[in-house]
Structure formats: C-alpha cells, structure tokens
Design a protein. Structure first.
Length: 276
C-alpha cells in the first residue's frame, strides 16, 4: 500500500541548482492537451469546439526544469473555469504562463475543427462542413503577436486538361491554407477567410448533393477551371485589400491533389513581409 506523503516532505527536483548545464531553453512545455473551447462566430453566436492545445515557455539557464503541472492547471482554469471565447482565452493564458512559470516568453497554439452548415446549390439540402483552424499566440520580449490559420477545401479543374480534351477535364479535391498575422483590436473572421477561398476555386465542397445538385456542381467546376498559380494570385489580390486594416501579414498555400498523378500541385504566395 503506498504511503501518503506531505508536499513539504518531498524533494522539488526541478528547482535543484547543482549540475545544471548553463544554457537557456527557447521552448519547453506540453502539447496534445484536449479541452473544450468557444469560438465566436461572425453572427455573434458561438461554435463549441474541441481544442488541441500546445503551450510552452522559455527557461533560463539557472533553472533545472519547469513545473509541468502548472501548464495544465492554467489551461483548465482559463479554458474551462472562466468560460471565455477563444481569442480572450489565448491572451489570458499567455500572461498567466509568463507570470506563473517565471519565464520571459510564452507560446500557445490551439487547433480545432470549425463547423459551418452548407447548402446544396439546387435542392438546398443542408450538410455540415468542417474547417481545420489554428489560433496561435506568442508573448516574446513583452510583445504579443497573434496568428490564425484556416484550411479550406474546394474543388479545382485543370484549364489545360479542359482545353486539350474533346470532352471532360481532370478535377480534384484541393485545399487552400491561409495564415494571417492579426492586428490587435481588429477582428478577422474565420467565415471571411473561408468565403475568400471557396469563391476563388472551381466550386466549393458540399457534402450532401442530390442528383440535380451534383449536375450543377460538376458543370460549375467545368466553367471555372483554375491552376494552383491562379488560386495563389487571386487569393493574394484579395488579401492585399485586408493588409493594415484587419491583418498585418499573410501567407497562402494551395494544394491540388491531382487526380491523374500521384503527386500534388502546390503554390505558395505571401505579402512579402515576415510570414513565408
């Protein structure tokens, strides 16, 4: 039978000061923490999600180790007990981590699936579509920075294939991944990024299609062929309009899962500032 022990009778190993290699560690922490979170929608309601969280802080060269349990305690307090929306939760967590773990810097990354209802183009049949999103906060040298990434599925159809074929053209499921650096006090909505990508591709992805919907959808794709290069340039032009209004920077990665090849076609474009 294990013997119950008092905290004050147990050694605090991570605070030992002997035999320490005198090197500062940039990041130490925990990841794959699964917790509920609330993500604010553009219409003012909330999307209740399950967050996959990574959290880190720096460690000075004079300390052997961090108190790992404090990361989890802070996360549960902010994400569960305080019932905050996600952006406020990230901001509060960064401050708590830096203060309670006595670090200079703090990092937090929260990934989740964001669900929206999509309607078939003809029958208006509803279905849910999930979008993989990540919100990231960094507190470095006293300065906070926030980033958002949204991965949007869409369909693409090859302009070259359409041009050289007597009928049909190869098409495929594709993904556009937008990462933006946010401006403090400004709101960049997940829905706006999703709309940006879906309207620029050949056609959006819709999970439930009746026969009239499928006929409409395939013909819409055929009328809107797009290369990965086209997508990169179209999205870049649209994101340029957001610069210094709602975002500081952006990078866009588009990935076409080629149906007639084993490789994917990829294109990357950015604002040319810090994100690459």
């Amino acid at each position: 039978m294990p013997r119950l022990k008092k905290v004050e009778d147990l050694p605090d190993v991570q605070n030992y000061t002997d035999n320490i290699i005198k090197k500062r560690i940039k990041k130490v922490g925990i990841r794959k923490v699964m917790l509920p979170c609330k993500v604010e929608r553009k219409d003012g309601s909330y999307n209740n999600c399950v967050a996959n969280i990574s959290v880190y802080s720096d460690l000075n060269e004079h300390t052997k180790g961090v108190n790992m349990s404090r990361y989890r305690i802070i996360l549960e307090d902010v994400f569960v007990n305080k019932d905050l929306n996600l952006r406020r939760a990230i901001r509060d967590t960064l401050g708590e981590i830096a203060t309670k773990l006595e670090g200079r810097d703090a990092y937090l990354k929260v990934s989740f699936d964001y669900f929206l209802t999509r309607y078939a183009p003809v029958t208006r049949t509803p279905s849910l579509q999930n979008y993989r999103c990540t919100l990231e906060g960094r507190l470095v040298n006293g300065e906070q920075k926030f980033y958002m990434t949204v991965k949007v599925p869409y369909t693409s159809l090859c302009p070259c294939s359409k041009e050289i074929s007597d009928y049909n053209a190869h098409n495929q499921r594709s993904y556009g991944e937008v990462t933006v650096e946010l401006i403090e006090g400004k709101t960049c909505w997940i829905e706006d990024i999703i709309e940006l990508v879906e309207k620029s591709g050949a056609a959006p992805i819709i999970n439930i299609l009746k026969r009239p919907d499928e006929a409409y959808q395939t013909e819409l794709m055929y009328e809107n062929p797009v290369f990965v290069e086209d997508m990169a340039r179209k999205i870049s032009l649209l994101l340029d309009e957001w610069l210094d209004n709602t975002i500081k920077d952006y990078v866009f990665v588009t990935n076409h899962e080629e149906s007639i090849h084993t490789h994917n076609a990829v294109s990357v474009i950015s604002a040319g500032r810090n994100l690459t």
